[in-house]
Design a protein around this ligand. Structure first.
Ligand SMILES: Nc1ncnc2c1ncn2[C@@H]1O[C@H](COP(=O)(O)OP(=O)(O)OP(=O)(O)O)[C@@H](O)[C@H]1O
Ligand SMILES: [Mg+2]
Length: 498
């Protein structure tokens, strides 16, 4: 172990059956250092983190933490060694209160610890993250996905850890929350804590981190300082090749209105929203967490039971609050919360891809397994998921590759309709993002209308044929392609004109 390191790994290797997830990784981090860990989907980042926290056991190699002289064999021992983790998939319990979630799994709460003291600490952690408005007593399930993620971070802050591991903590946060979180991280850094930070958003690497380590195909490619590093250089280290244009060009549209929303209201969330989306176009809804963009998407998909107003697809009115009605009228929904509603974790990759088209492969009541398998292979190729892994369970894929399954389900489906998505590139690497955007254009070319809710403003501006900005459930502005500037969008979603 290097003397100056607080944590050090030597020769770490891990395989899953035939898949080599990590091979011979050496890694050192100093006190007060903020290290970005970058790499494509499936590069081995989460596996590395799980080895550091004793969730997985290495096939070879070892991890040492200064002042802790035993190997780390379980998450319990990792906590004892001073390592705390915010996981990529949320590991919180929606039925428990915010406060209970914050203390969930903490080992060293003294038996007679005063409740008031715990409350004070939980409150302080949330406040540090700028979440003064979140009460401690409400069930977590009443919060949005982004807010839940912040609770998860607060949970980690209450533990007195030397090394903090964040696996895509901001994947669903808005720029404002990212700013708050970076302030929180800086104060942790000043206290001499070390942070390993996994993200697919390049902005965060350059804004938050001192150094960056890149993994590619399970191998360590490079570790270097952020200063003097170019974005394009970092992307090339990750992909192993230069990167082409991120956003595909827009096509000409046929002009028919595919989706029309009028007077959509969800009490307390969305007020009187109107939206027309022509066939063959992508409409991006931009807003911070709590803007209502996520709820608009869910309402169109029939998932908001309190919604009223009118939603028409191909001029047919759908019954709000009925997912069945939405699906029957050609609305497809891609969720950003893949663990909870995007992907069937226990089913195979192939089954996930073909889940919604069993009827197309049934003849006289008999499922045509062969044609279904061919279809799965074809879809896997289109979304660039390894065809050799069709039989693997979905939860064995890396996070980004799971998201691709949710897309694959929507490809080539009968009549042109509407595809609605929440945070569609959450957790998706820069290379695969370009592929996903190309897939969205393919949906457009097939005559669909696409509506995307996103807190990633670069994405909103690069991708949208129209950009609609939202603030506290109301529409602020609407811009055709090329006319939304970053500054205007940020102004709209934070300080709306009265
Ligand atoms: N439990 C498991 N069983 C089988 N294979 C696994 C398992 N966990 C990870 N893998 C495989 O190991 C490789 C590395 O996965 P890992 O989750 O570490 O990637 P990652 O860098 O975190 O990707 P992402 O950016 O998508 O989160 C992938 O090929 C993945 O499918
Ligand atoms: Mg991961």
């Amino acid at each position: 172990m290097n003397d100056a390191s607080v944590l050090s790994a030597r020769g770490l290797s891990k395989r899953f059956g035939p898949v080599v997830a990590l091979e011979g990784i050496d890694f050192d981090i100093r006190p007060g250092e903020v290290r970005a860990l970058c790499g494509e989907n499936g590069a081995g980042k989460s596996t590395f983190i799980k080895l550091l926290t004793g969730v997985y056991h290495p096939d070879a190699g070892s991890v040492q933490v200064s002042g802790f002289h035993r190997p780390i064999r379980s998450p319990r021992e990792a906590q004892a060694a001073g390592i705390a983790l915010v996981a990529q998939e949320l590991s919180v319990c929606p039925e428990l209160s915010v406060e209970d979630n914050i203390w969930l799994g903490t080992l060293d709460i003294p038996f007679l610890h005063k409740r008031a003291e715990l409350r004070r600490k939980a409150r302080a952690a949330l406040d540090l993250l700028g979440m003064q408005a979140i009460p401690l007593d409400v069930p977590l399930s009443t919060l949005s996905l982004g807010e839940r993620q912040i609770v998860e971070i607060a949970r980690m802050l209450t533990r007195d850890a030397k090394v903090l591991l964040l696996d895509e903590p901001t994947a669903a946060l808005s720029d404002n929350e990212i700013a708050r979180m970076s302030a929180a991280l800086r104060s942790l850094k000043r206290e001499g804590r070390s942070i390993i930070y996994i993200t697919h958003r390049m902005g965060e690497v350059f804004d938050l981190c001192d150094t960056v380590t890149v993994f590619r195909n399970g191998k360590h490619v490079s570790t270097r300082g952020i200063e003097g590093l170019e974005r394009s250089e970092l992307v090339e280290l990750m992909l192993g090749r230069p990167h082409d244009a991120m956003y595909p060009p827009a096509q000409r549209t046929s002009g028919d209105v595919r989706l029309s929303v009028s007077g959509l209201t969800i009490p307390g969330r969305v007020s009187d929203l109107n939206l027309d989306v022509p066939a063959g176009t992508i409409c991006c809804l931009a807003g911070q967490i709590g803007s209502g963009a996520e709820e608009v998407i869910r309402a169109i998909a029939g998932l908001e039971y309190a919604a009223h107003g009118e939603v028409r697809v191909n001029t047919r009115r759908i019954t709000l609050g009925s997912a069945e009605s939405a699906l029957r009228n050609d609305v497809m929904y891609v969720s950003g919360d893949r663990a909870a509603e995007g992907v069937f974790q226990e089913l195979s990759v192939g089954e996930n891809l073909t889940a919604l088209r069993l009827d197309q492969h049934t003849r006289a009541g008999v499922l045509q397994r062969r044609s279904l398998r061919d279809k799965a292979r074809d879809l896997a190729r289109q979304v660039k998921v390894d065809v050799g892994r069709l039989g693997s369970r979905a939860n064995e894929l890396s996070g980004g590759n799971q998201q691709k399954l949710a897309f694959g389900r929507c490809l080539d489906r009968g009549r042109p309709g509407v595809i609605v998505m929440n945070e569609p590139t959450r957790g998706i690497d820069v290379g695969a993002r370009a592929e996903i955007y190309a897939l969205m254009r393919q949906f457009c070319a097939n005559g669909h209308a696409v509506v995307v809710a996103s807190t990633d403003l670069e994405e909103v501006i690069g991708l949208g044929d129209s950009v609609v900005t939202l603030y506290r459930g109301r529409r602020v502005g609407s811009y055709p392609r090329g006319q939304a500037t970053m500054q205007q969008v940020v102004t709209d979603i934070t300080h709306p004109v009265a």
